[in-house]
Ligand binder design. Structure first.
Ligand code: ATP
Length: 364
């Protein structure tokens, strides 16, 4: 597959609010037709970065390019972007259809043409036939759809979404996530989502920029971020990661010999140890699903260790076990899919645990 052309390019973007350095040299590209997320904790600068695309926020230095055009001095209303906010900003005294057509009012289209465009946009967001309803009578999820339809009817090249789902309850949020993915595939517009919810970013995005303190810490597809985080901080922010102390014994070519608490001596590929250094203070990280509790009659395909169960949390489809591997001081978490007919282990049980060196990542 040929790579899609660039839609947005940030070139060493800095932003100061007075003395506060909110964006600290952002360089990144977002491709046309991509579902891209800006993910990070509160205050990391993700909303500020989104607003520099929309033109709601100026930058202190660097450049923001959209579709190969430098946006310096281009006002928000002349940019090929549109924004959907967390607070839907729906006009309650208008109908659904009037809300959706609002952005086109200046275009002075013939009535029939406007009606057709409104109907098409409502259809897109699953609100076909809702045009005459009063906007104030809609549920939260429906209002968010109206806000989406109102943004999409203007056919922007880039749709900017600032935590659009955070006001919805869990079930509605999950449903809207799936619908947003479907919608993005259907319209093919570049979507850029701001979220502090790592699960939401993993579910929805083609690629994610993880931000801390005004910088992009890692930019990658969801699987790479999850399997090969480039720092302990990213690893900790995305999903659950276990850590155990480790040290480097030797490095030969792209093989690194290490000793890790609970696992003993083993060999990692260099790509499993981003920025690893000799000396104390290093850790190996691994996800809860990469370890397996072995039940009677089962054998490990790779390595095996002994452990004692310290905590059991039963979720119906899954059980989370906190176990202490022999030779370690702190428990680690293992997530196991429950299988019909197989017992759930109890606190204090001794068990064998299967694991594989390939699933480990080492950080300084
Ligand atoms: P949140 O999820 O809480 O919105 P965020 O990652 O989107 O966080 P931003 O809103 O981009 O963060 O803010 C980044 C930093 O810049 C924060 O420390 C914030 O206090 C500061 N900031 C944002 N807007 C302004 C402003 N207009 N004036 C001064 N400081 C600001």
């Amino acid at each position: 597959m040929t790579e899609k052309p660039t839609m947005i390019a940030f070139q060493d973007v800095h932003k100061y609010y007075g003395d506060y350095h909110a964006l600290r040299g952002i360089t990144a590209t977002i491709r046309a037709g991509e579902f891209f997320s800006l993910l990070g904790p509160s205050g990391c600068g993700k909303t500020t970065l989104l607003r520099t695309i929309a033109g709601f926020e100026g930058i202190s230095s660097g450049a923001v390019m959209i579709d190969e055009r430098n946006m310096a001095g281009v006002p928000a209303n002349q940019r090929p972007t549109n924004m959907v906010f967390q607070s839907y900003a729906i006009f309650p005294h208008l109908t659904v259809g009037e809300n959706v057509g609002f952005g086109l009012r200046k275009a002075r289209l013939p009535k029939a043409e406007l009606a057709a465009k409104v109907a098409e946009a409502l259809e897109m967001v699953g609100l076909g036939g809702y045009g005459d309803r009063a906007a104030h009578a809609l549920s939260g999820g429906q209002r968010q759809r109206v806000a989406l339809a109102r943004a999409l009817i203007l056919k922007p090249k880039v749709l900017l979404l600032d935590e659009p789902l955070s006001a919805l309850d869990k079930k509605m949020r999950e449903q809207m996530q799936v619908e947003l993915i479907r919608l993005q595939r259907q319209v093919g517009i570049t979507f850029i989502l701001v979220t502090h919810d790592q699960e939401e970013a993993l579910v929805m995005s083609d690629r994610i920029a993880v931000m801390f303190e005004g910088e992009i810490a890692q930019l990658a597809d969801p699987e790479t971020l999850y399997r090969r985080p480039n720092s302990r901080k990213v690893a900790d922010f995305i999903g659950t990661m276990n850590f155990l102390p480790a040290k480097i014994l030797s490095e030969v070519g792209d093989k690194i010999e290490i000793e890790a608490q609970g696992f003993g001596q083993l060999t990692l590929e260099a790509e499993q140890a981003p920025g690893a250094v000799s000396g104390d203070g290093a850790v190996v990280g691994f996800r809860p699903e990469t370890l397996t509790i072995l039940f009677e009659g089962q054998t490990a395909t790779d390595r095996e260790s002994m452990a004692v169960i310290e905590e059991v949390v039963y979720y119906g489809d899954m059980t989370y076990y906190d176990v202490k591997l022999d030779g370690t001081e702190r428990p680690i978490r293992i997530s196991m899919r429950n299988v019909f007919g197989r017992p759930v282990l109890e606190i204090g049980d001794r068990t064998r645990v299967a694991w594989s060196p390939g699933a480990l990542v080492m950080f300084r």
